[in-house]
Design a protein around this ligand. Sequence first.
Ligand SMILES: C[S@@+](CC[C@H](N)C(=O)[O-])C[C@H]1O[C@@H](n2cnc3c(N)ncnc32)[C@H](O)[C@@H]1O
Length: 201
Amino acid sequence: MLKHSQGKMNENIQFLRAFLKNPLKVGAIAPSSPELAAQMLKGLEPDENNIILELGVGTGAITKFLHNVIPNPESYLGLELDQKLVNSITTKLPTMNILCGNAAEAYKIHADSGLGKVRYLVCCLPFVSLPKEVSEAVLAEIEKFMAEGCELRLFQYAHGYYLPPAIRLREFLRTRYGRTRRSPLVLKNVPPAYTLTWSTV
Ligand SMILES: C[S@@+](CC[C@H](N)C(=O)[O-])C[C@H]1O[C@@H](n2cnc3c(N)ncnc32)[C@H](O)[C@@H]1O
């Protein structure tokens, strides 16, 4: 129990350091909670021909629960921009395919990986605080996966849910990929958040 709390505290400190170094790219003050991770992974049924691609692995708050969801390591690829976070997470989760890379190049990185088709995009990027050109580049990559039949899942914090950038993003995704499926509010997260899903499958 004590060891678990210590691990959680280390993860929080590491996340906060990454945030202080680059607040706009990290875009959150704490890693996602286990409850938000569960909601982000709810209903996903990947295999090596229908893999999960996670954008913005961070300290692995969602990744560490993937062992309950993926049948084997070939069913998952994670991308994270911050090399320090990648080094730390690959030490903690050595069997997971996690690469240091830019989500704005996700399509090529995935193609080069030799892994199977991306069926699930688990996107943890802070679109609201990323520079516009980065957001647009990532959305263009998402478009390529969605064109091949894919499910996109992301989260938005409740306090920013009705701010114009958040509304614009939802509207953009809705016009391209149809109806938005919104989860109940995940209260056990700092801050509380919704998960949102679009599907072109
Ligand atoms: C809000 S944190 C989410 C971390 C973790 N998945 C979680 O839910 O706690 C966003 C993460 O995305 C990473 N990130 C930001 N821009 C990125 C990009 N262009 N490509 C890949 N990762 C990026 C940040 O370094 C940060 O670790």
